[in-house]
Design a protein around this ligand. Structure first.
Ligand code: BTN
Length: 346
């Protein structure tokens, strides 16, 4: 059971959002402090204080005495007011809960979902104090660098198909990365996204269900976007990468979020309409898992075997050295050789 409390978006942050919206609506003109104050029911001095705060966040706002304010440049923040103007989804991400710092976007999304949040609501943190990875690990989440995002979904599917949501999130994230960068990451079962042997994104999906019904799924996505090598802790430096490192260019985080939400909406709808098979196909193209020798760690046990396939519910099928065929639903794998991958190109 996850223990947490949801901090409401601070009032000041909501006011900042509204000021930004006003300034963006009149992007070519100066907007007077009086007009903003009137609109938001606050004094001109209070408006000035919020403008001062926005400048500390990186917004460049011209101020002309007795005339007003004009927004000339925005930083790459993940505020809803930055994402919504470029978001082309029908329903995914229309409501974004934004936090400058948060314990974990997954924990907060879980709590919001328990309190009735709707399908497609999204939680974004600029940083996480207790970012969670799979199998109880920590997810390094420094501010204003990467993406830490969780989506609430309420699929009408039986709980045994929940792993397919994990595959869906991996496929959607891979497509978003490809669309942004023209680079194709591979997928490592169940849902790590890699360039070579280095991880660029990880997914942590959590479900709340009863025996025959899912109440909701939280898809948690951590994508390393602008992290430099030194930003990663020493222990994982050799195993981690970022999209900036791979492309050699800084990544616009808000553009990436827009693409990711579009891909999630697209693949989720494909899954609901056509079932798991099209999803599994797309996953297999990127995972190229069949025939590879793998070392599996699952519930404290380690074994080696050859990957045969993944089944219709997303479980990994392995054959062990003595010919036994086993089905694995959770764990971590390492590849023992690379040759099988190169020989199969789709
Ligand atoms: C993994 O171990 O590979 C999964 C990492 C998942 C990290 C993301 S960041 C956003 C969301 N909130 C969390 O606390 N974790 C996930």
């Amino acid at each position: 059971m996850i223990k947490l409390s949801v901090k409401e978006l601070p009032r000041d942050a909501k006011i900042d959002e509204e000021i930004l919206n006003l300034l963006k609506e009149h992007s070519l003109a100066f907007v007077s402090g009086e007009m903003i104050g009137h609109h938001l029911k606050m004094t001109r001095t209070a408006v000035w204080k919020r403008i001062r705060n926005l400048k500390t966040l990186g917004y460049i706002i011209e101020a002309l005495p007795r005339v007003g304010y004009r927004l000339t440049q925005s930083p790459d923040l993940l505020l809803p007011s930055e994402i919504h103007p470029i978001l082309r989804t029908k329903w995914m991400g229309k409501k974004i809960h934004y936090f400058e710092t948060i314990d974990s976007t997954n924990s907060t999304a879980y709590q919001l979902a328990l309190n009735g949040a709707r399908e497609g609501e999204v939680v974004i943190g600029e940083s996480q104090e207790k970012g969670r990875g799979r199998l109880g690990r920590q997810w390094v989440s420094p501010p204003f660098m990467n993406l830490y995002l969780s989506v609430i979904l309420r699929p009408k599917i039986p709980p045994h198909q929940a792993s397919l949501m994990t595959l869906m999130a991996a496929v959607a994230t891979a497509h978003a990365i490809e669309q942004y960068s023209d680079l194709t990451p591979s997928i490592k079962w169940p849902n790590d996204l890699l360039f070579g042997k280095r991880k660029v994104a990880g997914l942590l999906n959590e479900i709340h269900s009863e025996t025959d019904r899912i109440h909701f799924v939280i898809l948690g996505m951590g994508v390393n976007l602008n992290m430099d090598e030194k930003g990663f802790p020493k222990e994982i430096r050799a195993k981690a990468t970022s999209l900036k490192k791979e492309t050699g260019r800084p990544v616009s985080r808000r553009v990436f979020v827009g693409l990711l939400l579009e891909q999630l909406e697209r693949w989720y709808e494909i899954f609901l309409k056509k079932g798991g098979s099209s999803l599994i196909e797309a996953w297999k193209v990127r995972a190229q898992i069949e025939g590879k020798r793998v070392r599996l760690t699952s519930f404290g046990e380690v074994l080696t075997g050859r990957a045969v396939d993944i089944d219709s519910n997303g479980a990994l099928i392995l054959t062990t050295g003595d010919g036994e065929r086993i089905r694995v639903v959770a764990g971590d794998i390492e590849y023992e050789e690379q040759s099988a991958i190169r020989s199969r190109k789709s």
